[in-house]
Design a protein around this ligand. Sequence first.
Ligand SMILES: Nc1ncnc2c1ncn2[C@@H]1O[C@H](COP(=O)(O)OP(=O)(O)OP(=O)(O)O)[C@@H](O)[C@H]1O
Length: 716
Amino acid sequence: METLRGLVYRRIYSNTQNTYCVFVVRDYNDEYITCTGRFEAPKDGEDLELKGRYVEHEKYGFQFDASSIEKLKPDNLGSARLYLLNLGIKGLGEKSVEKIIDYFGTELLDVLREARPESIKDVPGLRKSVKEELFNTLLGEGILSDLNHFFESHNISAKWSHIVYTYYGSSAVLVLQDNPYTLLRIAPDMTFATADTLANQLGIPGDDERRLEAALNWILRGLDDQGHTCLPVDELIGKAVDVLKGYADEFADYVEMVIGQGILYSTYFDDILYIYPPELYVAECESVNYTKRFLEASSPVSLDIENFISNFESKHEITFGEEQKEAIDLAFFEQFSVITGGPGTGKTTIIKALVEGFQLGGFSRIILCAPTGRAAKRLTEATEYEATTIHRLLMPVQGSDSYDFIKNEDDSLEADVVIIDEASMLNVRLYYSLLAAIPREAHVIIVGDVDQLPPIGAGFVLKDLLLSSVVPYKRLKKIYRQDSGNSIVESAYLINKGEMPELESTGEFTFVPVNSLVGMMNAITSIYGREKEFVDDELDIQIISPMRKGKAGSISISQYVQQSVNPAHSSKAEIRANGLTYRVGDKVIQILNNYELEVFNGEIGVIYGISKTDVLIRFIHKDVRLSIDEIHMIMPAYAITVHKSQGSEYGTVIIPFIPMYSNMLQRNLLYTAVTRAKKKAIIIGTKAAIERAVHTVNIEDRYTLFTERLRGECDG
Ligand SMILES: Nc1ncnc2c1ncn2[C@@H]1O[C@H](COP(=O)(O)OP(=O)(O)OP(=O)(O)O)[C@@H](O)[C@H]1O
C-alpha cells in the first residue's frame, strides 16, 4: 500500500449513491495527481492523506486508486483557519473562525488534532446552531479517522468506514470490535469471508456464537432470491459447513439453541425440520391463514348466473364453453377461487364477465389488479374497467422494506371483489401483503397461467394453491384465440407439452436461423429496425433475452441495438453513467421501485429529455423527471430478460435463442417468452437451442410448506 499526501486541487466527479469519486490532488512536490476512490468526495482545498496504489488506467492514464482517505489535521493556525472554513458549515464564516482562533490561540491545533470537539462549545460569541454543527462535524471527523485506522490496521479496505459511522456514530469502532460480523448486516457489498478475516484477526474463535449466528443469517438471507421460504436443516448445515469451513456440530447445536429460544423459526414436517427466516415464516403462515379465512367465508352473490351468462353472451356475441361457464360459476359461488389456463383460453374474457356480473349482483366495489403496469394496462383495455398494479393498490411505505404497505389489515382496501391477474408472478410476500389488505367479506379471484416461469422471490403461490386441492379452481384447456396470434398460441402449447413447434420463416411465429453471436446481433438489429416501422409505439416491440449478463445478455444486446436504432447525434442529448450511455429516444426500464415518483420495478419508458441534472422519461402511465443521482434506477431496455418480461405482453417479441444461453435454455423460459407476443414472435437462434429448451424441464424445486399448511398437514 502506498501513501499520497496533498491538497485537493479540484473535484471532478462524485456519485452520491455509491460514493465513487474522482478528484485531483496537488501533492507536496506540486505534482497534480488524479485520484479515485469509494468514499464521500473530499472538498477543494482539503489536506489529505490517501492510502492506495498508483495504477495506469487504459483510458485516463496514471492515477492513484485510493482505498482510504484521511483528512489531515492542520499544523499551523493558517491551515487551521482554512480547515475550519472548508468544513462547509453554514454560518461558520471568516468572522466566526476568527473568534475561535482568538479564543483558543495555538491550542486550537491540539483541539483539532486530538479531536476534542466538546471545548468548541465554550467559544463565546458563536451562534448555538453553528457550535452544534461544528461539534458534530469534528466529532464525526474524529470517529471516521478512528474507523479508517481500525480497518487499515487489519488490512481491510476502509471504504466501509462511512457506512459504519452512519449506523453507529461514536460507538462505531466499539461495535466492530465487539462483533465484526455486524458489517454483513449494514454493508450490502460485504462478504462473509472479509468479515470473517476481520473477526479472525480480532481473535474471535471459529466456534464463537457470533460467528455461527452470522453464518446462519448469511445463508438465510439468500433464500428469498433462490425462491425458497425455508431450508431443510441438513441442507442448512451443509451450506454452513461451506461458509464456516467446518464446525458442523457446533453449528447444529447453535441452531437447536436458537430454535429453543424462539429466535429462529422452524417447522417439523414428514420427519424433516425446516428452518425459516422470520419474515418468510410469517409471510407463509399468514398467507395460509388469510387464504383459509376466505375459504371459510361465504357472501353469496344475488345473481341468476345462468341468466346473466346468456345475456352476456348475446351482448358480446360470444358463446362460452362449458369449462369457461364453470369458471364463472365458481368465481361467483365461492368466496375464494383460482382460474388457470394458457394463452387464449379466455381468462381475460371471463374477468370481463365477472366484472359485469358482480356489478349486477350488487357488488359495486370491484378491484382489478396485476403485478405489472403493462398487465394492468392490458386488463383495463380488455375489460373496459380500470385495473391497477398491486404496488399502487397497496401503497408502499416510502423508504421502507419493499413489502411494507400503507394498506394492510388495519387499513384495508375498500372492496367487495378483488380479481388478481397474472398471478403466476405472485411470490409469497406479495401475496401475503395483498391478502392482508383485502376485507374479510370480499370475493377473491386469482387468475393466471401456472406454466409460466415461477415468480421472482420466495414461493410459487399459484402453483401451491392449485396443488393443495383444498382451493376451488378451474383449469381452462380449450383455446379460443382465432384472430391474430393463433399460431403463436399453438406453438406455445407445443413447447409446453415438450414438443417442437413448426419453425417457419414467415408468419406470426417465425424462426430466423443464425450460426454465430455476431450473426445473431446483426439479425436482431435489422429485424428490430424493420419491425419498428410497422408499429405506432416502439414500446410494442420488445427483445426478450434469456439472460441479463454476458455477451448475449440483455445489457449487451441493448447496447448493440442502441448503436443502430438510436445512434449518437448532435441534436440528441446524452449522458454516460455506470458505463452505459443514455440518449434521448432510448428505451429504458426501471429496475428499482421509486416510491416517490411512483414508478416501479419492471416499467418501461422512453427518454425524451436529458439535462445536466435530470433525465426525463415517458412511462406508460406518466412522465417522470429522474435526477442524475437516481440514474442507477434505470437500465437500457431495447432488450430485457424473460424474467423481467413476465406479466407483460407486446405486439412483437424478438427472442434471441442460441446455445450460448446454456443452462437458461429451459421449457418454461421459452414458453414464457413466446407467450409475451400478441401478434408476432420471432426467434433468432438455432434449432438445437430450441430443442434443448423444449426438452429441458426446470426441475429446480422451491422449498416451501405452503401447500402442506393449507391442507392442514403441518402447523405454524
Ligand atoms: N367462448 C369463446 N368463444 C369465442 N371466442 C372466445 C371465447 N372465449 C374467448 N374468446 C376469444 O379468444 C381470445 C382470447 O381470449 P382471452 O384474451 O380472454 O384469453 P386469455 O386467456 O386472457 O389469453 P391471453 O392471456 O393470451 O390474452 C379473445 O379474442 C377472445 O375474445
